[in-house]
Design a protein around this ligand. Sequence first.
Ligand code: 5GP
Ligand code: ZN
Length: 112
Amino acid sequence: MDCLFCSIIEGKIPSNKIYEDDSVFAFYDIDPQAPVHFLVIPKEHIASPAAITPENSAVVAHVFEVIARLSQELGLENGYRVVTNCGKDGGQSVGHLHFHVLGKRSLAWPPG
Ligand code: 5GP
Ligand code: ZN
């Protein structure tokens, strides 16, 4: 399948990776809209939020666990936005489910 984010997961297209495990992959957005802007995506190809079903939805909960951890590690302790665009009218430009995380580092970052 010809999918940009599947190619990034497979390493065929380089990315600035932050984290990966068995089911999710996180990397910095190539065109950041905030001081810290990264994407968290399921490794399974799910085309959009509209393609979430009872069979594949568990990974969405895991995405949010990973967002909670990574946002803390990256210094977004004062908060952040999570955005998902769906379909053409929702502004979705890549047809692989992704969650934008947008924020800025707190003044206390890095720790120590
Ligand atoms: P959407 O508009 O579909 O919600 O978000 C797609 C996001 O993917 C955009 O913010 C865009 O900057 C990002 N993006 C598109 N192509 C690439 C790429 O090749 N690498 C990375 N890291 N991000 C990309
Ligand atoms: Zn894909």
